[in-house]
Each structure stands twice: as C-alpha cells, then as structure tokens.
Design a binder for this molecule. Structure first.
Ligand SMILES: [Zn+2]
Length: 701
C-alpha cells in the first residue's frame, strides 16, 4: 500500500532524527569533535515537504516511464560526468582548504559513485556510472582550476542564510554542481543539500571543511559526508526516510532494494534489523551512503538508488552531463587544460546601495590565485587598495564604478563595473519614543513592515494573548514546516539621537513562547542597522531555554499572563544614529507560537510608562511553600519595574511586618521570614502603585 505523505509525518519525523542524534554523540570515534550534537545532515530540517513530494513524483514517473519502455537506464552511456565548482568560503584559517584537499574529495566522489576497485568505495553496491570533474572552464569560458575562494564571515553560517552563499558566488546550476565548503554550519550539521527541482537559486550542496576530502583539515575522515549530500542532490532520500513505512518499495526512501530502517544509525551497527516489513526480512543496510553511519562503514549505493539518480539526471538535471556542457566546462575527455590558468578578475559586494558615510565590504573572488591585486574605487575612501576584502566608505551621494586588477605568474586581468555602487543621503528617522502595541485594526501597523521571505506562515495580529490591551503579534511555528525560514518584523527608521542627552536609551519588549518538543526550538533575533538597513548587528538572541516562557506542548501555545517575559536592551552606544532600523526575526524550527507585544524604544520612562499606563495589570503573585515552617518566598511577576510594599498581617488583623522592595521587570523572588511569629494563618498584602493583592499564608507549628 502506498503511504501518502502525511502532514503529521512531516512534523514528527525530523524530531526523531534529532532525538537519535543526541545518542550519536557517544558513538563518534575519539578525536572527532562531536560539536553541538545536531544531525550530521540538515536535509530533513531544511526541505519543504510539499516541494520534496513534487520532485519525488517527478523522479518516480521518470523511472516508471523508462521501465515501461524497457529502457535500460544504466546502459545508455558508459558514464555520466558532472562538472563541479567548489566555492571555498573562508576566514583565512584551516577552512581555507588546499587545492589538494579539494582534489581528494573529487577523487573520493569518483571512487564512491564508481565503486572503483581497490578503493574504499568498492563495496557490495553498484557502479552508479556517475562521475565528477572539477570544472576547467568557467561559465564565461575562461580557464579555471574549478575553485573559487572568498574570504567572508558567512563561512560560519546558519542554514537560513543559504541564499547569501549564492549571492557570494554561484555558477549556472544547470551546468555545474555548486559545492560550498565552509568553516562551520550552526547546529552541529556537517552538510546539507538541495533536492532536484528545488529553488534554482539554492541549488547545490554545503559541507563543512573538516568533512570535505580526506587530507588537510579533513585528515582521518573519508569524504562520505559529501558523497551523501551529492546523493540527495541526485534525488536520494535517507535510507531511514519515513521510518519503516508500510511498503519498503513504494514508501520509505522509495527504493526497493534498500531495506527499510526505522531511524538513522551511527557507528557501524552491522546486525541491526529495525524494520520487519521487508521480504525477506533483512538487516538494515548500515553500509549505505544515505545512512548516518561512520565514514569507514559506508560504501554502497544500490542498483535501485542508481536507477533513481539516473532518472534524476535524465528528467531534471539533463543539461549538466550533456556533451555540449562537458565541452563548455572543460570536462570533455578531449580537452587538454594548460598547466596553469591566467588569473581571471572577479569581485562581489553583498550590499551595493548605502547611505553617505556608510561603508561596503568588497570581496575579491578572482579565479586562479591572484598573487597581486589593485582595486580602484571611484568616489570611495580609500580610493585604492591591495587587500582581498577592502572596506570602503563613500562621502557623497552618487553612482560609482569599481575596478579590480589582478595578476599571477601567468599574466594579469582586470574587471570594471560602472555604476556598481549607489550612495544616497541618509534620511532622518522618526523621533522617539516609538511604541507598538498592535491594538489598531490596521495590520501591519503604520510604519511597520512584515517581511515574509518564503511567502508561507508569517507574523500576524493575535487576540488570544496580550500584555497590554487585547492584541499582540504572533507567529505560528507549530504549523510551519519550512524549517529554517525567516520572518521579519521591520520597525520604521528611527532617529535614536532624538532623546535628551542625559537620558538612557533602551529598547524594551515582551515575548512569550513555548516549544513543541524539548529537542527543538524556534529562534528570536532582534537586529539593528545603522547603515540604511544594509547590514544588521545582533541585539538579542533567544532559543531553547532562553526563549521558552511556557511549558513544552504539542498543542497551540497560549501564554498565561505570568508567562510573558520582557527584555530591555541598552541602545546607548547607538544613540548617535539618526536613521536606525530595528527588526525582530523569527527563524522557525517547527516549534510553537511565538508572541511579541509592547515594543518600545526611548528613555527608561518611555518604556515603563508604556506598561504602567495600562488598564489591565498583569502582576502575578504566589507564595511557596505554603503552608510553611517559617521560611517561604513570595514570587511576583511584574510587567514593569517599580516599587512594591509587602505587609504581613495575622488573620486577626495584627500587623507583623511591612517593608518596601524594588521590583524588576519579570519574575521577582522575595523571601518571607516568619520564623519569629506563632503558628497560624497570615495575610500577605502586596501593594504596587494603585493595586493591592493579598495572599494567605499558613505558618505551621
Ligand atoms: Zn542527509
């Protein structure tokens, strides 16, 4: 029976992987860092399940059509060669791997996909007839070694930043397999890949440098992370995809000759048999490249997997291995490359529109190892530079050209781009204070922008929970399966200099959040730009325990009053910015509802006044333990900082004590010592501003 792709499955399945990966920490051989304990491959986290299903059906149809035509998929060609470009994104450390390390990985891909005799890839599987060639000609037909090197802080990135890797460097994906080698992928992930028929601008694979190849920074490894990711890129699922499923052929990884597996494996557990719905009931194929087992354990692609990969290259990736493309990329057998290529000038800047006084980082991405370079920046300061990544500022409005000249032993090259940079006078933002309570019917409120980058689930106005008034802002991560997608709340441009000089400038807001699984968390970031919105620095980051305010639950989270938390961020160092922009960013991981309310920017008074002026107080008071032997604590949740008076009376009216306390925003714990009073019932009275709350406390004998 064919299992349809159930929505529920897409929510639950990635979690199962992470749960198991917590165990994997203990299975990683000594000497290999366990990192954060995340999944080795982020495939299940980053892919939209609906898109995967569409691609899956396309591949499946191609297989069926070819079978119907009795078309021998594997025998048409001797082999199918795929040109590869390797983009090394580095920060000048070990992650700027050597050419030798790149070549070692290309060799391993050919050994593994070719089941090359006498190599570690010669397992019990098949020769998939897929081959890989480091490109010898770039998209413009220039001589290249197939390696692009860029110095960039994005070498350490999170998967949601994937589009920016493409903005740095990206070769036509129908013609080249784009491989990004990076310093670090957040979350303990060693690699991730696009699936066939996915968004063209994110096509390719990303691998951490110490999992790429088997020499240099990957010494001791065997390059199987890249083999595995290229398997995804060619249409393969994990062998444990969908768990055991119903039918080992038409469910699971949709490959008949890979035995079903309930979950990923680590190490080399040869005798595990986690599913019994296959006939004959065979053990799990832990030696398959598409499991998570150790590098040394994996050496098999099956005939069924080869069939899927061939269907993919025939149906979806049909240009890349064509004779015409092999000739154009220098991967044709008849092409004889020169020993060394002349340098080919190229550069990139991620931000090309700035305000006067702001600066831009230019990045040299010339091919073939420039040994010398000279930049010329029209209108820029500096006007010229010999650095790889010069930082250039512009003092006047206008459009400016940039020229880069580069040389190596084989010769020189230059590139000029006119009107590459646009510089505008900065505006002046709105005067402070700024307040957003989300009470008005208009949504988004005037001046606030909602940036729904994936067009899916996003921020909306919510009436189920609020700190002030009736409404808050909420994003429903519980139904958001586009893991890693980013949704932004952009505040208007503000003039942070518009408060009195002797006042402290702060940003305050309230949030509430719960997870749906203790192993998963969505993320909340608050970011600030002082260069017209081009670059942002982080003011606040919350995830996991630092973000959750309520109990983990699989039902939609609606916070209780006392479950709201607040943050106050000091903005003193940014108070000269007259055109500043702040944004709140949700990065989803399929967790639960995240709420925001009462965003305020201004002096301390602006922040507290805004909460105190409310009609509804949200103080929450509790005493524990109660009854008590004499030592108890009073817990007060305060929506704003302020003073409270705590009085303790005997139930008959006799006053025992009275004292003032200073309340911080959020939870306050105040000791209640009743060791000196007789046993009995007491009343604790808490006075805050105009409100009085009372609680009973029983003192035990
Ligand atoms: Zn994977």
């Amino acid at each position: 029976m064919m299992r349809t792709w159930k929505f529920q499955r897409t929510k639950i399945f990635p979690r199962a992987i992470i749960l198991l990966c917590a165990f994997m920490l203990y299975c990683i051989p000594p000497g290999i860092p366990a990192e954060d304990g995340g999944p080795p491959c982020a495939f299940d986290q980053i892919h939209d399940q609906a898109a995967l299903q569409a691609a899956q059906l396309r591949i499946q149809d191609a297989i069926q059509a070819r079978k119907a035509q009795k078309d021998a998929l594997l025998d048409e060609h001797e082999s199918y060669t795929i040109p590869v470009v390797v983009h090394i994104l580095h920060e000048g450390g070990d992650e700027n791997i050597s050419d030798d390390q790149v070549h070692s990985q290309i060799r391993i891909l050919n050994e593994d996909f070719g089941r090359l005799p006498g190599t570690p890839g010669a397992g019990e599987g098949v020769d998939s007839k897929l081959r890989f060639c480091l490109a010898r000609l770039d998209p413009q037909g220039r001589c290249t070694d197939g390696i692009v090197r860029i110095r960039t802080a994005l070498s350490d990135h999170q998967t949601f930043q994937r589009p920016q890797l493409g903005a740095l460097s990206f070769w036509e994906p129908t013609r080249y397999l784009n491989i990004y080698v990076v310093g670090r992928i957040a979350g303990g992930v060693s690699g991730y890949a696009s699936f066939p028929d996915g968004p063209p601008e994110e096509d390719g694979i990303v691998v951490e440098h110490n999992h790429f190849g088997n020499v240099g920074s990957a010494e001791g490894r065997m390059g199987r992370t890249t083999t595995h990711e290229v398997g995804h890129w060619l249409g393969l699922f994990h062998t444990f995809h969908n768990g055991c499923g119903d039918d080992p052929c038409t469910d699971g990884d949709f490959v008949c000759d890979t035995p079903p597996a309930s979950a990923p494996h680590s190490g080399c557990p040869w005798l595990v048999n986690s599913c019994h719905n296959d006939e004959p009931d065979t053990r799990d194929q832990v030696e398959n490249y598409m499991d998570y087992t150790s590098d040394v354990c994996r050496n098999v692609f099956t005939a069924g997997q080869a069939e899927r990969m061939h269907a993919t290259i025939k149906e979806i990736r049909s240009v890349i291995w064509s004779d015409a493309n092999l000739q154009a990329s220098g991967c044709d057998e008849d092409y004889t490359p020169p020993d060394d290529c002349v340098v080919a000038a190229d550069f990139v800047a991620l931000h090309r529109e700035i305000c006067i006084g702001n600066s831009i980082e230019f990045m040299d991405r010339s091919l073939n190892k420039a040994t010398r370079r000279l930049w010329t920046f029209e209108g820029g300061d500096p006007a010229s530079s010999e650095e790889s990544n010069p930082e250039v500022s512009y003092a006047a409005a206008g459009k400016y050209s940039v020229t880069l000249r580069v040389w190596n032993a084989e010769g020189g090259d230059s590139i000029s781009r006119s009107d590459y940079i646009t510089v505008q006078p900065p505006g002046t933002g709105a005067a402070l204070p700024f307040n957003a309570h989300f009470e008005a019917d208009e949504f988004p409120p005037a001046g606030i922008e909602i940036n729904n980058l994936d067009g899916g689930i996003s921020w909306e106005r919510d009436s189920l929970a609020a700190v002030s008034g009736r409404y808050s802002l909420r994003i429903n991560n519980l139904v958001n399966t586009n893991f890693g997608s980013v949704d932004e709340v952009l505040l208007p441009f503000l003039d942070l200099s518009s408060i009195p000089a002797d006042c402290t400038l702060s940003l305050g807001f309230h949030w509430a959040y719960a997870r749906s699984d203790p192993n998963f968390s969505d993320e909340l970031l608050v970011l600030l730009s002082t260069d017209c919105g081009n670059t942002f620095t982080r003011l606040f980051y919350g995830a996991g325990n630092s973000l959750a305010t309520g109990p983990t639950q699989e039902t939609p989270y609606i916070p209780k009053d006392e479950e709201w938390r607040s943050a106050r961020i000091d903005l003193q160092e940014h108070r000269s910015a007259r055109y500043a922009r702040i944004k709140f960013v949700n990065v989803t991981d399929g967790g639960n509802n995240l709420y925001l309310d009462d965003i305020a920017i201004g002096t301390s008074a602006d922040l507290t006044v805004d909460v105190r002026n409310e009609s509804r107080g949200h103080f929450n008071v509790a005493i524990a333990p109660n009854p008590s032997g004499g030592d108890a604590a009073l817990s007060i949740f305060a929506p704003a900082a302020g003073q409270a008076t705590i009085s303790v009376f005997h139930i008959l009216g006799r006053k025992e004590s009275r004292h003032n306390v200073v309340l911080q925003v959020g939870r306050n714990s105040i000791p209640l010592r009743l060791t000196h009073v007789p046993a009995g019932t007491y009343v604790v009275e808490i006075q805050v501003e105009s409100q009085t709350m009372t609680r009973r406390l029983v003192k035990l004998p």
